[in-house]
Design a protein around this ligand. Structure first.
Ligand code: NAG
Ligand code: NAG
Ligand code: NAG
Ligand code: NAG
Length: 657
């Protein structure tokens, strides 16, 4: 089912010789008669990709051997933020405002506050506080009320209903969420955690159905702040391992596939609730962490809509009862509002409030929201500034100095319209995932963080996240990951040779491209080579009297990478559990291919490795400077231009030297 890569060395010498002569002639012609656009090619001094550099660092003799580099087995397709197919589904909504009566009360760090105008007027304002009590995952009740509470009343529960009166006619009733003070939470005994990361907290904000590309399209302000300004690290080749949300949650939180855990599905024989499942939050709690599992959709919550949910409250903070009680009231308000606040603000504020109240405590928080993005990613555009603002608040308040903050999607959009396109299929498999560590962490664990940065370009999965979380309790070291292990902590280097098979990703979920041997005489290989040569010669164009026009002397390797047949055919899994692919009737065609080529140029014998992208629909080929590596030593070859332009030294062979 999996194709192994095989290097296609041009071994049939006769054919090869003929081909080479022809290629040289063709490419020389090509090079002289076409212009290439250089404007968008930014020159960086650092020529080799980090991967290639690392390969050289680990094995210096490679450079002398002339560039047979260890290759990364899993290469993902290069997706585009402005992909026209996907942009058809894009809409930007203006920020949401909630009309109607302003809330009479609000919550401030565990206390109930009266809104100003009411407070000021002495008009017989009274409020009763009814604590919300969880009975089970599907049932709640109201506890005995605190009657006529005063402004600043310390909450006795995280969720409550307020019934307030003003004068004889006006009445207010609403359900509120906050984080109450509790001695038992404050004084949670802690493990010394000698070999973990000193009790660094983990806080996760997750959004349903947000692929990496969708995130880049719809949350530009959040990303600009989190990634560009604060320096969050994004996984760029993070691949799902199954269908839908639970196929991410179980691997991430338990290290297991659903079918490796006890039966928990509604209406299945012998099914149990999920209380005894090995969720990592249980281990975190034992080590003294305050924990949360938060989802805002009582019907479609990951562990509740087709599973039996939890008999006992699974985590310290658990807003499910709140959403059970509040959801039926939503219809009284502007859509996506709860009273005068947007539901997304209520959601984000509650996340924030845990930090306000329990700043010092170790925390493992997993807040995963479904309804803002599940049916339509576009609603996320309304939340962009709110997410950024809460991250900024926590950062500026110093709350993130003891926390790794994770922003993530579980998988990409799964609606049929999107899923039936080539781009949609790739995006579904590649969710957004990013981490922000406090600055001291990188200084203290430089090896672990270097590996994490390397791994952003390697194949990673939710199983790896589980191993990563375990390192917070007991750090297992920052060496090289074992390629045979299904999950590898991201603080270890993911081996280059890791494939979907190693990572236990079924072929129809595997977005890594399939490797195919192609003859070097293939017409598309020739076109790809032509594009590469034009680009390389383009760099030295202005210095032609110094740098020779290069031609290709020998193609040493040609490989094509394209989307797996199983991904193109995949339509859906069975509806109960999403475990097996039952419908493989889609007929998507490959729309993109990558050509990885290594070749030798003449004069001068430069060895190059390039990756050229083919747009199959348009029939065009494209590569940027990032995708070109000079893989043998250039020595003194470019001596004549070093004082003129050092940036092009890899491409320049001084014709007069
Ligand atoms: C407030 O309540 C008192 C006693 O019940 C009553 O006399 C007074 O008229 C009320 N004031 C207002 C503004 O309703
Ligand atoms: C919130 O209240 C708690 C308990 O009274 C207190 O320890 C904490 O410092 C408060 N946080 C802020 C930000 O005021
Ligand atoms: C952040 O945490 C580190 C390590 O615990 C500590 O040395 C540093 O002083 C803290 N910085 C701030 C601003 O709190
Ligand atoms: C071209 O490359 C092949 C494979 O590395 C090698 O066997 C052959 O000698 C090379 N030919 C030339 C002309 O360099």
């Amino acid at each position: 089912m999996f194709e192994q890569k095989k290097w296609n060395f041009c071994s049939i010498k006769v054919i090869f010789g003929l081909f080479c002569l022809w290629t040289v002639a063709f490419l020389m012609f090509f090079a002289r008669h076409r212009h290439i656009k250089m404007a968008d090619v930014s020159l960086r001094s650092d020529r080799l990709s980090p991967t290639t550099q690392a390969a050289f660092r680990d094995n210096p003799s490679l450079e002398q051997q002339g560039g047979v580099l260890p290759r990364q087995e899993c290469i993902h397709p290069q997706l585009k933020v402005n992909d026209p197919v996907m942009m058809k589904f894009f809409r930007k909504y203006p920020p949401l405002t909630c009309s109607g009566q302003k809330d009479w009360i609000y919550v401030d760090n565990g206390t109930v506050r009266f809104s100003k105008p009411l407070h000021g007027k002495k008009n017989n304002f009274t409020c009763d506080y009814y604590p919300l009590v969880r009975v089970g995952d599907y049932e709640y009740k109201w506890g005995l009320p605190h009657v006529d509470i005063k402004d600043g009343f310390p909450m006795t529960s995280d969720f409550f209903r307020a019934v307030c009166k003003r004068g004889t006619r006006e009445q207010y009733e609403n359900i509120h969420a906050g984080v109450s003070y509790s001695k038992q939470r404050t004084e949670r005994p802690r493990d010394p955690l000698k070999s973990g990361f000193e009790g660094l907290s983990i806080a996760i904000l997750g959004f349903d159905s947000m692929s990496r590309m969708s995130w880049l399209r719809r949350l530009p302000n959040t990303r600009k702040y989190f990634h560009d300004e604060l320096g969050a690290i994004e996984l760029e080749a993070h691949n799902i391992v199954g269908d839908g949300t639970t196929a991410v949650m179980f691997p991430m939180l338990t290290g297991k596939f659903e079918w490796e855990l006890p039966e928990c599905r509604v209406n299945f024989k012998g099914a149990t609730t999920l209380d005894k499942f090995p969720f990592i939050w249980h281990d975190m709690k034992k080590a003294g962490y305050l924990t949360s599992w938060a989802n805002a959709a009582p019907k479609s919550a990951p562990f509740n809509w087709r599973m039996l949910g939890f008999k006992d409250q699974p985590t310290d903070f658990y807003p499910r009862p709140f959403y059970l009680a509040a959801t039926p009231t939503f219809k009284r308000f502007t859509s996506h509002c709860l009273g005068s606040q947007t539901q997304s603000k209520v959601w984000l504020n509650w996340f924030r409030d845990i930090f306000l109240m329990y700043r010092q405590q170790r925390k493992f928080l997993f807040h995963f929201i479904t309804d803002m993005s599940h049916d339509d990613n576009n609603l996320m555009t309304q939340m962009d500034d709110d997410i950024r603002d809460v991250v900024k608040f926590l950062h500026d308040g110093g709350y993130l100095n003891q926390t790794v903050l994770i922003l993530m999607g579980d998988h990409g959009a799964r609606y049929n319209k999107v899923r039936s396109t080539w781009s949609g299929k790739q995006e579904e498999r590649l969710p957004y995932f990013s981490f922000l560590f406090p600055p001291w962490f990188e200084r203290k664990y430089p090896d672990a963080m270097r590996n994490l940065r390397t791994n952003t370009k390697r194949l990673t999965t939710p199983f790896d996240l589980h191993e990563t979380f375990k390192d917070f309790l007991k750090f297992s070291g920052a060496g090289k990951g074992n390629v045979l292990a299904r999950g590898i902590s991201l603080f270890k280097e993911i081996p280059l040779e890791r494939s979907c098979e190693h990572a236990d990703i079924a072929p129809h979920w595997c977005a890594c491209l399939a490797w195919k041997n192609v003859p070097v005489g293939d017409k598309d290989v020739v076109k790809a080579l032509g594009t590469a040569l034009l680009t390389i010669n383009g760099f030295t164009k202005e210095y032609r009297s110094y740098c020779a026009l290069l031609a290709v002397a020998n193609v040493t390797m040609a490989t094509k990478l394209e989307t797996r047949a199983e991904v193109l055919k995949f339509k859906k899994t069975d509806s109960n559990g999403g475990i097996y692919a039952i419908d493989m009737s889609d007929k998507n065609k490959n729309e993109m291919a990558l050509y990885q080529l290594t070749f030798i140029t003449t004069p001068g014998g430069g060895h190059f490795e390039v990756t050229v992208t083919q747009d199959v629909i348009k029939g065009s080929f494209d590569l940027t400077e990032k995708e070109i590596s000079r893989i043998n030593k250039y020595g003194d070859d470019p001596a004549c231009i070093l004082d003129k332009n050092r940036q092009i030294r890899q491409y320049c062979y001084c014709s007069r030297s």
